[in-house]
Design a protein around this ligand. Structure first.
Ligand SMILES: Cc1cc2nc3c(=O)[nH]c(=O)nc-3n(C[C@H](O)[C@H](O)[C@H](O)COP(=O)(O)O)c2cc1C
Length: 181
């Protein structure tokens, strides 16, 4: 079977990476991202060199990871289907940016959770590049997380991405329930 599509790990909760470099700011949607370590706290994003964001991140010192709830899922479509090479997504869609506490790159006011990341490494994995960031600061809307820190689905509609521009949230499913062996 020819390997062209890799949608088997989907659905995923995407994020938007924002990068500021040499006074230019841009962002894009990312489905391929993951925590990599607790101590130090590391987060990884995979970016194709075709992206304008790639051009910025290679020279940037840092970036922010922004999680957007389903009510604003259109932002994933905007940041994932338009290139900053042709259009300024931030200006055109009136995206409100907030100054970060520890890094140069700002974060999105629309996000319910944010990681401020210092770029610490980049690794060519194939046709994508893994950018590793050390998380220096976390912002989150407190009421959207339980005391244990997991998403509180009573107050949060996370965005899930199935691929091919299809999005959904958890509202239609039963649960959630704790499953133990
Ligand atoms: C939900 C979603 C997830 C995406 N995930 C990735 C990804 O993980 N890595 C990647 O390189 N591109 C990914 N893309 C594509 C980029 O977001 C898209 O090409 C974007 O327009 C690039 O913008 P830029 O040229 O301004 O950087 C994704 C697109 C969507 C809609």
């Amino acid at each position: 079977m020819p390997i062209k599509k890799l949608y088997h790990p989907y659905p995923v909760v995407p994020c938007i990476i924002i990068v500021k470099s040499n006074e230019k700011i841009n962002g894009m949607s990312v489905a391929w991202h993951s925590p990599l370590s607790f101590s130090p706290p590391l987060y990884g994003v995979l970016i194709s060199p075709k992206r304008y964001t790639y051009e910025l991140i290679v020279t940037a010192k840092d970036f922010t990871i922004n999680f957007i709830s389903y009510e604003k899922a259109k932002l994933y479509a905007i940041f994932g289907r338009i290139s900053g090479r042709e259009r300024d997504k931030i200006k055109e869609f009136n995206i409100e940016l907030v100054e970060s506490e520890k890094i140069i790159t700002p974060y999105m006011k629309d996000a319910y959770a944010v990681y401020e990341c210092k770029k610490v490494r980049q690794v060519k994995t194939g046709d994508h590049i893994l950018f590793v960031g050390e998380i220096l600061e976390v912002h989150e809307e407190k009421q959207k997380f339980t005391e244990e820190g997991i998403p509180d689905l009573k107050n949060l509609n996370p965005t899930f991405y199935l691929g091919r521009d299809i999005y959904f949230t958890t509202k239609e499913v039963e649960g959630p329930v704790k499953i133990l062996p």
